[in-house]
Design a protein around this ligand. Structure first.
Ligand SMILES: Nc1ncnc2c1ncn2[C@@H]1O[C@H](COP(=O)(O)OP(=O)(O)O)[C@@H](O)[C@H]1O
Ligand SMILES: [Mg+2]
Length: 359
């Protein structure tokens, strides 16, 4: 399952949440993958990687060509392919459950406790003043839409650290998660940002018919029970019934200023450990609908066409697709109809193409 962590104000705890959930899943033997898609790029150091390891790491955002030829070498519009292009009949998938997979081998570093870590990268000199956050997140979004996470997403959990607040609505990424975990603290400012995020999500649903699968996680609640109850009440009201649990302020979560070293799960308060179990339970009931994801990508392609058609010199909406992996009727070895790639993929075009053809 893909879990996009968004929302909150800067410093409300998104990266900490990604780290905690990943460590919690790893402690339960689940080997999650985490991807830093925030141009502030600090998840790697939270996970304990050194500056040297991080600067040598291949960045997803700088390798769109590699990804395109890996996944869509047979795409009729390969040279002008958009990051939001949905998969088509000839797309090859990457297997996040297989440590020998070429995409994992190119981008992932591994922590000692079995977390794989990838990074989208940040702005480079030539982009100052003109670069866009989507230059980095776009290739990551494209990679996530070609992800096989095993047994319909039950085998692998992929956590994505994103930009905060309503900023996330500028790219398709926030809505690609099977769960969008929105972090908020009880402060007035953070609740206002949460309200803005929920408003934008309601607008997406009203205008586009697309439901962002939001679950809210509180952070920095007081350790004092009476005060915490009041804060919990405020957050519940702001979360409009979507609050799944909260973390309290925890000495174990205060980072070492020099090393950025994070928490050991065993040092967390019992309340915070319980919250991690609630989040894991929410992730485990997440549901993926390929049709919804495809419709979202088709919408995003249409939305970017007004500038992309000029930039690419062609109509990028031809990249829209009606392809849905399960619709191929394929039954994988797990018996669940999740997409299977390369070797097992019939190498022929179906009689009726599901990619709109160029006139
Ligand atoms: N519940 C908490 N208790 C104590 N410190 C926390 C808690 N949550 C986050 N922090 C600390 O707050 C700082 C900002 O958190 P971070 O996860 O980097 O925020 P964001 O990613 O939203 O900008 C970090 O130093 C983190 O260790
Ligand atoms: Mg962060």
């Amino acid at each position: 399952m893909t879990i996009c962590v968004v929302g909150g104000g800067a410093g409300d705890g998104k990266t900490t949440l990604v780290e905690l959930v990943a460590r919690h899943l790893a402690a339960r033997g689940r080997q999650p993958l985490v991807i830093d898609c925030n141009p502030d790029q600090n998840l790697g150091s939270y996970l304990g990687f050194s500056e040297r390891e991080l600067s040598a790491q291949a960045k997803i955002g700088e390798n769109f060509s590699f990804l395109k030829t890996t996944f869509d070498a047979r795409h009729p519009q390969l040279s002008v392919l958009m990051p939001s292009a949905p998969p088509i009949w000839s797309t090859r998938w990457w297997d996040a459950t297989n440590s020998g997979d070429p995409v994992l081998r190119k981008f992932a570093l591994a922590t000692e406790d079995g977390i794989a870590f990838m990074a989208a990268g940040t702005y480079r000199t030539g982009q100052f003043g003109s670069g866009c956050y989507h230059d980095h997140s776009g290739p990551a979004e494209y990679m996530l839409t070609r992800l096989d996470d095993g047994r319909g997403g039950r085998k692998k959990q992929v956590l994505v650290d994103n930009v905060h607040g309503a900023d996330a609505f500028g790219t398709p990424l926030y809505a690609l998660g099977d769960v969008a975990l929105v972090v908020a603290s009880p402060t007035r400012k953070s609740r206002e940002i949460l309200a803005l995020y929920l408003d934008k999500a309601a607008e997406v649903q009203r205008e586009l018919g697309f439901v962002v699968p939001i679950a809210v996680v509180g952070n920095r609640l007081s350790a004092d029970p009476a005060r915490r109850d009041r804060e919990d009440g405020l957050l519940r009201e702001a979360a409009q019934g979507k609050l799944i649990g909260s973390f309290e302020t925890d000495g174990a979560l205060m980072r070492d200023l020099d090393s950025n070293r994070g928490p050991s799960l065993a040092d967390l308060t019992p309340h915070n450990r319980r919250t991690l179990s609630l989040i894991e339970a929410r992730i485990d009931v997440a549901d993926r609908k390929w049709e919804v994801r495809r419709d979202w990508l088709n919408h995003c392609l249409g939305a970017s066409a007004s500038w992309a058609n000029g930039a690419k010199g062609t109509d990028v909406t031809w990249q829209k697709s009606d392809f849905v992996p399960a619709a191929r009727g394929h039954t994988c070895t797990d018996g669940c109809g999740h997409p299977v790639f390369s070797g097992n993929w019939p190498g022929r075009r179906p009689a009726k193409s599901n990619l709109k053809s160029e006139p």
